[in-house]
Write a protein that binds this ligand. Structure first.
Ligand code: MSP
Length: 674
């Protein structure tokens, strides 16, 4: 199988400042390119600007400057943003480049000579905004159906490309290549469109109406229709370029586009290529839109979000992370500060940042900043290594399918597994007993090695932060997807707080909605219970095996509380159980639920004081209704953002307890609750 990868973004109109919608496609292409490089592909990534056409001419007129000056200035805005976002493209194409213009004219002449382009008189409703004619039946209330702006009746001679000739061949191509247009439902949309008869494509504009474009080589009174010109960038940009193995870059592996330009790509572009006898691209992938307040982000609609202030305040990588993690390719995604803060705090600050700090801090303190070599390999280590290997395999499978959001979620599941492993192994406790030194070394190596792999896998998404994290762990500079890369004796690098938590003011938080299924108060069944029996876990030194009465029955719960409480202290104590957690085997014992506990200064768990509540009571967050819920996986629980504020347990500004009676925990302000 060819290990070459040529990926493109749409070329952006230079009439506007770039916004998150533009940034998304470009980050997506960058991340995919970096993943493919990591997987050993030879890659070429092209982006650029679409500089002809009516929109651009109008933008220049508005500024009162020649179109060429306007585009020379505005394309730089995109280049600057890509530099700021650490976009590692190989070539930035501008449709005003002489090479591109020459190629467009060559293609036009070639099609004209073959009789694929003909001239005819055309009359119709013309929309200046959309730069195209509409049929009478396409108008909505007599206006342009896309922009809603007025249309005017125009009669003019134009040049047409025989697009209709290729309708059958295109349908056949789509049938023969089921993954040509992705996702599947977009392919069906195109096939639906192709059920009607295709008309021919008007590829010219009289200069009397639009002067800013590439002249038709066979009629100097006309310029080329901007889409015919723009689409050809994908080929003109790689003319004469070769991959290292000598093969041509065309056909592209992927055209990434937004869903609004699916027709131009899957119908205009593909039939143009057929007409010219050039092979079709391998895949066209249409992503959804970033929405702001329920509307597509757009400058004219006043809903465009400028990425720069976010990057200035919180950093480039966390912004890239959010874009990639929060849009499932194909679907729309919603941008809001709330979603952004939540995602960064839970995934990067809590899970990744904390895990890394925990491991590094212990290595600094107990091994003089040198990575310890693993000595033992017990079931916990086998399990963690297995999780790491499964995550790696899933990620490598998700990437070629372009399921980036899912890939990132997989990687985070490895990070969370490391945190769980650390809680079970409790290195801070092992450190207290010299006879546990081997176990401590093993625990820290396994924690560090798993985080090294997670950071390596996240590198395409957060290149700078991943490099810093890997340096903190003393990992070799060359990225490696293998296991067993960290070597005992190597020194840790500079230690820093990689992902500072974003502090969110309570009053800025939106009113919580009880309908949201991800809402903590809805998914969590926090039940007061009593510990009736305390035993050591037969297989894990750091765990207790507790028998717990939940008001109805006795359950077994494994808990890493040895560092915090003696057997006597736990006996007959009331605690709060996350009771609808999916039961899971912990080192051979089925554990049905988990105690909630605040993080103490030495990572010991501090149980809340539930003594004032009846056994079996279902606690709730402020106004939520207490109702038992279906069981949820640990992953879901880990996404809850529970914190101590004034000795109470808060989630999204709401307090856990009963109406008029809050649950109290004797932990420090801001402590995490796990
Ligand atoms: N110039 C054409 C593309 C020519 S490609 C041969 C164009 N330019 S654009 O600047 O208007 O849009 C470029 C891309 O940005 C499109 O893929 C579009 O879908 C994407 N986005 C613009 N707003 C968007 C969102 N709100 N969300 C996600 N992407 C969106 O079309």
């Amino acid at each position: 199988m060819s290990k070459n990868f040529y990926i493109t973004t749409p070329i952006y109109y230079v009439n506007d400042a770039p916004h998150i919608g533009h940034a998304y496609t470009t980050v997506l292409a960058d991340v995919l390119t970096r993943y493919h490089k990591l997987m050993g592909y030879d890659c070429f990534f092209q982006t650029g600007t679409d500089e002809h056409g009516q929109k651009v001419q109008q933008a220049a007129e508005k500024r009162g400057i020649p179109a060429q000056n306007h585009v020379d200035e505005y394309n730089v805005r995109f280049k600057d943003l890509w530099e700021r976002m650490n976009i590692d493209y190989d070539y930035f194409i501008r449709t005003t480049d002489p090479d591109h213009k020459a190629f467009v004219q060559k293609c036009l002449q070639n099609l004209f000579d073959k009789g694929e382009i003909y001239t005819k008189e055309y009359a119709g409703w013309y929309s200046v905004g959309e730069e195209r004619f509409f049929g009478e039946d396409e108008l909505v209330d007599g206006k342009d159906p896309i922009s809603g702006r007025p249309v005017e009746w125009l009669t003019e001679k134009n040049y047409f490309f025989k697009m209709s000739h290729y309708q059958k061949a295109l349908i056949q191509h789509i049938a023969d290549h089921p993954d040509f247009i992705q996702p599947e439902f977009r392919k069906n949309e195109v096939l639906g469109f192709l059920k009607q008869e295709l008309t021919d494509l008007c590829i010219s504009r009289p200069k009397s109406r639009l002067a800013w474009g590439i002249s038709l080589p066979f009629d100097d009174d006309y310029v080329t229709y901007v889409w015919f010109d723009a689409l050809l960038n994908y080929v003109s940009g790689v003319l004469g370029r070769k991959f290292k193995d000598g093969s041509d870059m065309w056909p592209a592996s992927y055209h990434l586009i937004g869903k609004d330009i699916l027709t131009t790509h899957s119908i205009y572009w593909t039939t143009m290529l057929m007409g010219m006898g050039i092979p079709l691209p391998q895949h066209i992938l249409a992503h959804g839109w970033w929405m702001n307040g329920g509307a597509k982000m757009s400058k004219s609609g006043g809903t465009a979000i400028n990425p720069i202030p976010y990057m200035d305040e919180f950093g480039v990588d966390v912004f890239r992370y959010f874009l990639i993690r929060d849009m499932v390719i194909g679907q729309d995604a919603s941008f809001s500060d709330e979603n952004f803060f939540k995602r960064i705090n839970s995934d990067l600050a809590n899970d990744l940042g904390n895990g890394l700090n925990r491991v590094c801090k212990q290595i600094v303190t107990h091994f003089n900043s040198q990575i310890p070599a693993p000595v033992l390999k017990d079931s916990a280590e086998i399990e963690l290594e297995e999780i790491a290997s499964n995550v790696l395999n899933s990620v490598l499978q998700f990437i070629p399918e372009l399921k980036l959001s899912q890939a990132v979620e997989e990687i985070l599941s490895l990070v969370r597994a490391v945190n769980r492993y650390l809680e079970i192994k409790a290195p801070w406790k092992l450190a207290k007993d010299p006879s546990d030194k081997d176990n401590l070394a093993t625990t820290l190596w396994y924690g560090a090695e798993s985080l090294r792999l997670a950071l390596t896998l996240l590198q395409p998404v957060i290149p700078k932060k991943a490099a810093e994290g890997l340096a903190m762990l003393g990992a070799p500079a060359t990225l490696s997807l293998s296991w067993n890369v960290l070597k005992g004796g190597e020194h840790l690098g500079e230690q820093k707080a990689l992902f500072p938590r974003i502090l969110v003011e309570k009053e800025n938080q939106p009113a919580p909605s009880a309908k949201n299924t991800e809402d903590p108060k809805v998914i969590g069944e926090f039940r007061v219970c009593e510990i009736v029996k305390v035993e050591d876990h037969p297989e894990a030194d750091s765990l207790y095996m507790l028998s717990v009465h939940d008001g109805k029955r006795i359950r077994t719960v494994c808990a890493g509380l040895k560092n915090s409480y003696s057997v006597e202290e736990l006996q007959n104590r009331k605690a709060v159980l996350f009771a609808n957690l999916k039961p899971a085997k912990i080192r051979g014992i089925l554990s049905e639920g988990m105690f909630i506990a605040a993080d103490g200064p030495d990572h010991q768990g501090i149980l809340p004081d539930a003594s004032g509540f009846e056994v079996g009571t279902l606690l709730q967050f402020d106004q939520s209704k207490p109702e038992p819920l279906a069981s949820v996986k640990i992953k879901v629980f880990e996404k809850l953002d529970l914190k101590v504020h004034k000795h109470k347990i808060l989630s999204e500004g709401q307090t856990l307890g009963l109406p008029g009676k809050e649950l109290i925990v004797n932990a420090e302000e801001g402590a995490e609750v796990h």
